[in-house]
Write a protein that binds this ligand. Structure first.
Ligand code: 0RA
Length: 659
C-alpha cells in the first residue's frame, strides 16, 4: 500500500513535470494565447458544472499582478478520499493529468477545454495556485507551487450547505510564459461566447489591474444562441424576426441551431461549436447543416413553385448569402481534426444534424411560409447576381486575353498607324483574301480573311461567341474596346447623358478602333450575302455604336465585266447590265460573270472594289433601331418561318443599308 502510494506520487510529479517541460503540447504555446488559455481551462470546468445543471454563476477576476480567480457555485470539487490513491479527490484533480474524466458521473462532463487537459495543467504552469472548495457544509483550501508542495491551508466543517462551489485562484509562472499579461478583450470575448452557448448562465468578468480602466461586465442570455444570432446581426437589417431556433437531443448528442438572414450584408456569418469549443474549421456538424438547409429550401421552393424550371436549383452558395447562423453541438467523444484541431471529425454527426435540421426546418417553413418565401427570394436574387458577376468576370478575363493577344496571324496589316487613314477589309475565304492582299494599297488597307461561315451570333451569347476563332481574330484586329460587352464604360447616348453630343460619342468610338473604315467584302452571291448578314448581325448586336459612328461599310464588287472592242466596263447588278447593253448594243459583246472575288485578278479587284477613287462603298447606317432589331431577329433567330418570309419579301437586300 505504502509502496503504491509512493509510486503514484512519483507518477504525479512526472506528469506535471512533463507539462512544465513541454507546455506547448498541453496549452498550444507559451505566448499570449497559451497564457489566456489557462483562464479558459479553469472557466471551462466551471461551465461543465453549469452544463451538468449544478451551477448558475461563474465569476472571473483578473486582479493586480495578473492573479486570476474563477469562482462558481457548482457542487464543488469532491474532497473525500479517493479510494485508489488515498488522497482527497480535489488533490487528484489538481495533480493528475486528465483527472477530470475519472469523476464522470453519467451524463456529466461532456468535456471542456481546447485540449481538454484539465486544471492540473494550470496548476503545473502556475507560480502558485489555490483551490477553495465548499461542499457538504465543509470548506477545504489547498495551495500548490508549480504544481507541487501541496499545503492544506484550511478545513472547516461549519459551512452552510447552500454556500457551495469552487474558487480557483492562480498566478501564471513567469519562468514558463513569454509574458504574463492576460488579454482582457480575449477573455471577455470568450466569456460572452460561453454565456451565449450556455443559456441562462450568469458570467461576470472583472479586470481590476488598471485602476483607471476597470472592467466589470456581466453576461447572461436567456435566449442562448438565439441571442447570439441577434448579437451578430445587431447592426444589420434582419429579413425576419426572431431568428429561427432548432433544438434536438438524441442519444448522447445535443444539437442547437439558430438562423437568421439579413438584407444588407452578403457574407455568411456561420459560427459553430462542439462542446462549447469554437470549430473554426467547421466539420461534420456544419456539413450536415448546410446539406439539410439547401435541401429543405429547394423542396419548399419547388413545392410552392417559387422556382419554376425543373432544372433550376438554389445552390448552397445562393442560400448562404446574408445568412447568420450559430450551430452548437454537444457530444460525448468529440474528435477534433484539421490544421488547428478546430474541425469536428465525428462522422456520425453529419447525419444526425442533417436529419434534425431536415425535420425541424421543414416544419418551420411549412408553418412560416412568409419567412421561407423571403429567404428563397433572397437566394434567387443572390443567384442572379452571382451569375451576372461570373459572366462579367469571364468577359473581363477574355477581354484581357484578347488585349494581350498579338494581332491575328492571318491579318495583313497596313503600314499607316493612324486609324483615321486606315481601312480593314473583312474578306470571305483565303483565295479572295489572297487577291485582296495583292491588290490592296498596303499603306492604308489591311486585309483579314475570314474562313467559312461566321458563327451565327444571334443565337449565341457573347461569352460563347468569343470562343469562335474567326470572331476573336476580327475583334482583335479592329479593337476589342468597341465590343460593348468588353468594355467598362458605355458610349451610350441615353437620357442620363444629354450633354454628350453624338459627335463626341462617335469620336469616342472611333478612338477605340484600329481602322476608321471596317469594310465587309463578300462575294456577290447567296453565300456572300449570308456571310455579310452574319457579320452585320455581329456588329449590330455587339458593336452597334460602331455602326452609329459610321465606321462600318460594305464593299461593292462588280457582278459582270462587259467588253466591247477596246472598252471594258464593270457592272454591279443586273439592272445596270441591262441599261449598259441597251446603250452599247448587244452585238460583239463579251460578258464575264464573276462568281467570286477570287476569280478577279488583284488589279481588277483593286480597280473595281478597293480603289477609293473608283469604288462604291455602302456605309451601313441604322435608320430605326427598333425595326433594325426586328429584322435581325427575323433573319438570324431560330424561327424558320418568319425568316423565310423575310427573305422572300426582301430577297438578299438588307433593308436598312443606306447607300
Ligand atoms: C469532479 C467531479 C465533480 C465536480 C467537479 C470535478 C468540479 C470541478 C470543478 C472545477 C471548477 N469548478 C468545478 N466544479 C466541480 C462532481 C462531483 C459530484 O458528483 O458531486
Amino acid at each position: 500500500m505504502t509502496q503504491n502510494y509512493v509510486a503514484d506520487d512519483i507518477k504525479v510529479l512526472e506528469g506535471l513535470e512533463a507539462v512544465r517541460k513541454r507546455p506547448g503540447m498541453y496549452i498550444g504555446s507559451t505566448s499570449k494565447s497559451g497564457l489566456n488559455h489557462l483562464v479558459f481551462e479553469v472557466v471551462d470546468n466551471a461551465i461543465d458544472e453549469a452544463m451538468a445543471g449544478y451551477c448558475t454563476d461563474v465569476d472571473v477576476i483578473i486582479d493586480k499582478d495578473n492573479i486570476v480567480s474563477v469562482s462558481d457555485n457548482g457542487r464543488g470539487i469532491p474532497i473525500d478520499i479517493h479510494k485508489e490513491k488515498g488522497l482527497p479527490a480535489v488533490e487528484v484533480v489538481m495533480t493528475t493529468l486528465h483527472a477530470g474524466g475519472k469523476f464522470e458521473g453519467k451524463g456529466y462532463k461532456i468535456s471542456g477545454g481546447l485540449h481538454g487537459v484539465g486544471v492540473s495543467v494550470v496548476n503545473a504552469l502556475a507560480e502558485w495556485l489555490k483551490v477553495d472548495v465548499r461542499r457538504d457544509g465543509k470548506q477545504y483550501i489547498q495551495t500548490y507551487h508549480r504544481g507541487v508542495g501541496k499545503k492544506l491551508i484550511g478545513e472547516t466543517t461549519d459551512y452552510a450547505p447552500a454556500d457551495r462551489g469552487t474558487i480557483i485562484t492562480f498566478k501564471p509562472d513567469a519562468t514558463i510564459f513569454e509574458e504574463v499579461d492576460f488579454t482582457a478583450e480575449v477573455v471577455d470575448h470568450r466569456l460572452r461566447e460561453l454565456a451565449f452557448l450556455n443559456k441562462g448562465v450568469r458570467i461576470r468578468f472583472r479586470d481590476l489591474r488598471d485602476d483607471d480602466a476597470l472592467v466589470d461586465v456581466t453576461y447572461q442570455f436567456e435566449g442562448g444562441i438565439v441571442s447570439y444570432v441577434e448579437h451578430i446581426n445587431e447592426n444589420k437589417e434582419p429579413l425576419f424576426t426572431p431568428p429561427i431556433y432548432l433544438k434536438n437531443e438524441r442519444d448522447e448528442y445535443e444539437v442547437e441551431i439558430s438562423i437568421q438572414y439579413v438584407n444588407d450584408y452578403y457574407d455568411e456569418q456561420l459560427v459553430s461549436f462542439a462542446n462549447n469549443i469554437r470549430t473554426r474549421e467547421g466539420g461534420t456538424h456544419v456539413a450536415g447543416f448546410r446539406t439539410a438547409l439547401t435541401r429543405v429550401m429547394n423542396n419548399f421552393a419547388r413545392k410552392y413553385e417559387l422556382i419554376k424550371d425543373k432544372n433550376e436549383v438554389l445552390t448552397g452558395n445562393d442560400l448562404r448569402e446574408g445568412l447568420s447562423a450559430v450551430i452548437s453541438v454537444k457530444l460525448r467523444n468529440p474528435q477534433f481534426e484539421g490544421q488547428t484541431k478546430t474541425k469536428l471529425g465525428n462522422s456520425e454527426v453529419k447525419g444526425i444534424v442533417d436529419s434534425m435540421v431536415d425535420e425541424g426546418l421543414s416544419n418551420f417553413v411549412e408553418t412560416n411560409p412568409k419567412v421561407a418565401k423571403a429567404i428563397i427570394n433572397k437566394a434567387l436574387i443572390a443567384q442572379r447576381v452571382r451569375e451576372a458577376t461570373r459572366k462579367a468576370q469571364e468577359l473581363a478575363r477574355r477581354k484581357s486575353s484578347l488585349e494581350s493577344t498579338t494581332l491575328p496571324g492571318k491579318l495583313a496589316d497596313c503600314s499607316d498607324r493612324n486609324p483615321a487613314n486606315c481601312e480593314i477589309f473583312l474578306v470571305e475565304g483565303d483565295s479572295a483574301g489572297g487577291s485582296a492582299k495583292q491588290g490592296r494599297d498596303r499603306n492604308f488597307q489591311a486585309i483579314l480573311p475570314l474562313r467559312g461561315k461566321v458563327l451565327n451570333v444571334e443565337k449565341a451569347r457573347l461569352d460563347k461567341i468569343l470562343a469562335n476563332e474567326e470572331i476573336r481574330n476580327l475583334i482583335t484586329a479592329i479593337g476589342p474596346e468597341v465590343i460593348s460587352g468588353l468594355r467598362e464604360t458605355t458610349f451610350d447616348l441615353d437620357a442620363d447623358a444629354p450633354s454628350i453630343s453624338a459627335d463626341v460619342a462617335n469620336a469616342a468610338v472611333l478612338a477605340k478602333l484600329r481602322y476608321h473604315k471596317v469594310v465587309i467584302m463578300t462575294d456577290a452571291d447567296v453565300d456572300g450575302a449570308h456571310i455579310r448578314t452574319l457579320l452585320l448581325t455581329f456588329f449590330f448586336r455587339h458593336a452597334r455604336e460602331m455602326i452609329e459612328a459610321g465606321a462600318l461599310y460594305i464593299a461593292q464588287p462588280p457582278l459582270y465585266l462587259v467588253k466591247k472592242g477596246s472598252t471594258k466596263r464593270y457592272v454591279y447588278n443586273d439592272k445596270q447590265l441591262d441599261e449598259l447593253l441597251t446603250e452599247i448594243g448587244r452585238e460583239n459583246v463579251g460578258i464575264q460573270r464573276y462568281k467570286g472575288l477570287g476569280e478577279m485578278n488583284p488589279d481588277q479587284l483593286w480597280e473595281t472594289t478597293m480603289d477609293p477613287e473608283k469604288r462604291t462603298l455602302l456605309q451601313v447606317t441604322l435608320e430605326d433601331g427598333e425595326s433594325a432589331d426586328e429584322i435581325f431577329s427575323i433573319l438570324m433567330g431560330s424561327k424558320v418561318e418568319p425568316r423565310k418570309e423575310f427573305i422572300e419579301k426582301y430577297g438578299k437586300t438588307v433593308r436598312w443599308i443606306d447607300v
